[in-house]
Design a protein around this ligand. Structure first.
Ligand SMILES: [Zn+2]
Length: 313
C-alpha cells in the first residue's frame, strides 16, 4: 500500500521573522518535536525538498513579483510589501522551496506513489496574491500545487481552506477558473476582510467559490457543519479529482489571533470529513498543507491529530 508523505524539515525553521512575530520559528519546532515524540515520521515517507521552478510559480504569480521577492530578501529588507510580512535574507528561497516541495508531494500522490500527505512548512501561503505579499505569505503554495496538478492533466481540483482567516490570495488567483473550486470557512469580521458569502467566483468561475463566514464565538458545530454540509454538497456537484487542504489551526479556541472556539478534537473530525470527500470523489487523493495557527500548544496538538487521523484512515 502506498505510504503517507510527510514534509517536516528544519529548512522551514530558517525563515526568521524577528522578535514577537506570531508567525515564528517556534511554531514549526513545536510541530516537529511533537511529531517526533509521537513517532510520526517513522510511519511516514519523507519528501525531498524541491525548489519551485520559475515556471511553476509563474502559473499563479507574476514573474516580476517573483523576482522582486528575491531581490527584496537579497537586499536585506525586513518586510516585503506589507508590514506584517517579515522576511530575512533566505525567506524568498525558503518560501519557494515550500511551494516546490508541495508540488512534489502532490505529484507523488497523483502518480500513486503516495496515498496522502501533509506539509508542515512556513512561511504560510494562502494570503499571497498574484503580485502582492501579505499576511505573512510570500508565495501561495497551495495555489502553485493546484496549478501544477491542472497542468499535469487533473481536470478538477478542490481546495478546502479551513484557516480562520479568509484565503484571499487563493480565491483571487482562481476566481475566474471553473476547474479549481475554492472553499473557505473563516471568521468574519477578521483580517483580511474578504470572504463574504456573496463572493462566489467571477465570469467562467462563477459558482466555483464558496465562502462560509463564521461569527466570532462560533465553535465546533458551526465549523464542522460548514465542511460536512457546505463543502460536502459543493464537492458532490464539482466532482474533484484531487483535494487540497489549506490547513490552518488558528480557528482553535486557544489561538491569540482570532475568536473562534474550535477544539483540537474538531480538527480530527474535520480531517475525517475531508478524507471521506476525497475517497468519495477523488480516489482518496488528499494533500494538506499548514497555513496558520499561533498558539504553539494548540497548533502542535491539532497538527498531530490531523496527521494521525490521516495515517489511521
Ligand atoms: Zn490564519
Amino acid at each position: 500500500m502506498a505510504g503517507f508523505g510527510l514534509i517536516v524539515d528544519g529548512r522551514f525553521e530558517e525563515h526568521f521573522t524577528g522578535a514577537d512575530h506570531p508567525e515564528c520559528v517556534e511554531r514549526l519546532v513545536g510541530v516537529r518535536s511533537t511529531f517526533e515524540a509521537a513517532g510520526i515520521p517513522e510511519r511516514c515517507e519523507p519528501v525531498e525538498l524541491v525548489r519551485a521552478s520559475e515556471e511553476w510559480l509563474a502559473r499563479v504569480h507574476d514573474v516580476d513579483y517573483i523576482r522582486e521577492a528575491h531581490a527584496a530578501c537579497s537586499r536585506g529588507e525586513k518586510v516585503f510589501h506589507s508590514t506584517d510580512t517579515a522576511v530575512c535574507a533566505e525567506s524568498a528561497d525558503i518560501s519557494r522551496e515550500a511551494s516546490g516541495t508541495l508540488v512534489s508531494l502532490c505529484r507523488s500522490v497523483l502518480d500513486g506513489k503516495l496515498e496522502r500527505g501533509f506539509a508542515a512548512m512556513r512561511p504560510p501561503g494562502h494570503h499571497a496574491e498574484r503580485a502582492v505579499a501579505m499576511g505573512f505569505c510570500l508565495f501561495n503554495h497551495v495555489a502553485v500545487a493546484a496549478a501544477d496538478l491542472r497542468a499535469r492533466g487533473v481536470e478538477r481540483v478542490l481546495i478546502c481552506d479551513w484557516d480562520v482567516h479568509h484565503g484571499n490570495g487563493t480565491q483571487h488567483i482562481f476566481d475566474e477558473d471553473p476547474d479549481v473550486f475554492f472553499f473557505s470557512c473563516h471568521q468574519v469580521p477578521l483580517y483580511p476582510g474578504t470572504g463574504m458569502a456573496e463572493e462566489t467566483g467571477i465570469g467562467a468561475g462563477e459558482g466555483a467559490t464558496l465562502n462560509v463566514p463564521l461569527r466570532p464565538g462560533s465553535g465546533d458545530a458551526d465549523f464542522l457543519a460548514s465542511l460536512d454540509q457546505g463543502l460536502r454538497a459543493a464537492a458532490k456537484k464539482f466532482q474533484p479529482e484531487f483535494v487540497l487542504v489549506s490547513a490552518g489551526f488558528d480557528a482553535h479556541a486557544a489561538d491569540p489571533l482570532a475568536n473562534l472556539e474550535v477544539s483540537t478534537e474538531a480538527f480530527g473530525e474535520a480531517t475525517k470529513i475531508l478524507m471521506s470527500i476525497a475517497d468519495e470523489h477523488a480516489g482518496g487523493r488528499l494533500v494538506s498543507t499548514l497555513e496558520g495557527g499561533y498558539d504553539l500548544e494548540a497548533l502542535a496538538a491539532s497538527s498531530k491529530l490531523h496527521v494521525e487521523t490521516m495515517l489511521a484512515g
